[in-house]
Design a protein around this ligand. Sequence first.
Ligand code: ADP
Length: 422
Amino acid sequence: MTPPTTPSWKLPMALAAALCAGAVLGWLAGGRVATGIAVVAVAEVVLLLTRIRHQAQAMMTTPTAASPLQHDRFMTRSRRIASSLRDLRNAASQLPDAVVLLDRQQQIRWFNHAAENLLGLRRPDDRGAPLQQRMAGSELASWLREGAREPLTDATAPGRADSQLNVSLLPFGDHEQLLLAHDISHQNRLEQVRRDFVANVSHELRTPLTVIHGYLELLDPEDVPELAPVLGEMRTQSKRMGQIVEDLLTLSRLETQHEVAEERVPMAALLATVRKEAEALSQGRHRIVLEATAEADLLGSPKDLHSALSNLASNAVRYTPVGGSITIRWQRVPDGAVYSVSDTGFGIPASHLVRLTERFYRVSSSRSRESGGTGLGLSIVKHVLNLHQAQLKIESAPGVGSTFACHFGVARLLAPGGSDES
Ligand code: ADP
């Protein structure tokens, strides 16, 4: 009995459906539609090639059994598969992301047009060439040499110096790999426009606000008692606006900065200042404790670290009801030292924790405004810590309290007072 033949429309439909599924999965995994399509397209190419190979083998191993009818069927199927294969290759060729198929020795088997453009690959010369060797001298080559375990972000495109790429290496098939490079230059340009816009607006607002605030300070409420409450409110709001502008300018500076000053930051003095500032803000309404056992100074920017560490302490004061306690700690851990601020305050529901360091993100807007917040403090903290290769960890439970911990690596530690240490 002959096996039933597959209707001619079924295979292309199945391939198209898989491509759509790939697009949807790519989109769900962070808007990477082209990447999803690329992965599925390559998987389909491999699948079709395997199918052709199996059918040809079946024909060759049973030549006597192949009747003219079976032979015709085989030829029809092969043509259909070959045509689907061509379509897929054409589709993959046109993808905006660079796609490079690598064999188990990381030699180039196939690449699309975007790979020529972004990675500078040339055909036919680069077919069979080791990718690492072809990318020599670029960030991509060092990344491949180091094992390419994590995706490479914001790397200069080897084929176009004015473009930046996010690159990932995916294993597939029989120890083969798929290199995907996504051009993020447009995204970076938009981000730059946004940063410039915020910095320019903040800068332009700074002078008029200073003038308004100056005049408001000159007006004495005792001269116009009926306007005293209005004047008080105007002063508070102009001060708040001034603080927002200053915080936005600080954020703009931190965002464009790639390195920090490598100065000694004496921690004993800094911790004493942070504690004093927290006490001034609390005005005796909280119990504030300092536990400093680390006996280490930090290496970095004194101004930025002061701003970040005191921000966490002032948040603890502002978000802890009267009578609560706040503990500031500076402790050694096996791989560095941790500065932390724990409070017995309102706490934060778990669902908010991941978004807390976004600009203007607040758990409760009214509570933040009442306590004089700008919504930018934790954003500044995150940027300062990034510049010092430190990590922020937040633990919190509503109604119980919060702990904000900054983990500094050994490379950022100095022996207090004198000689360097690691
Ligand atoms: P804000 O100026 O509003 O305090 P931040 O960026 O410093 O802005 O903090 C963002 C939000 O995180 C705050 O609005 C507040 O909801 C929450 N938050 C920060 N620190 C604490 C804390 N110690 N306890 C409870 N909530 C906090």
